[in-house]
Design a protein around this ligand. Structure first.
Ligand SMILES: [Zn+2]
Length: 98
């Protein structure tokens, strides 16, 4: 059996409901009853790269937020909401491309 880079454990609510939680190589999605997500585990050797990726995404989200806050201090204008929408879409598309 090869090492999986990522493996998933069923949501914690399964245990609270008295059921065993099972591991799966694919995300089975959130609990159908309460929406609690599965827990993602990554191989220890992938940890640093994963943290770096999350830090980069956080940095992009922070800069998008600061730009939106700058706009919020500007006088309200017709184009303000469009600009906030555009900044948000750019931040989200960057996130998808990483
Ligand atoms: Zn549940």
């Amino acid at each position: 059996m090869s090492d999986h880079r990522v493996i998933w454990l069923q949501p914690r609510c399964y245990e609270e409901a008295g059921e065993d939680r099972h591991w799966c190589q694919d995300d089975q999605g959130p609990c159908e009853d309460c929406g609690m997500p599965s827990v993602k585990y990554i191989l220890a050797s992938q940890h640093e790269a994963e943290i770096a990726k999350l830090r980069e995404q956080l940095g992009k989200a922070k800069s998008a937020l600061f730009r939106i806050m700058d706009l919020a201090e500007a006088p309200a204008s017709e184009g303000l909401l469009d600009e906030i929408q555009r900044i948000t879409e750019v931040a989200l598309s960057d996130e998808k491309n990483t």
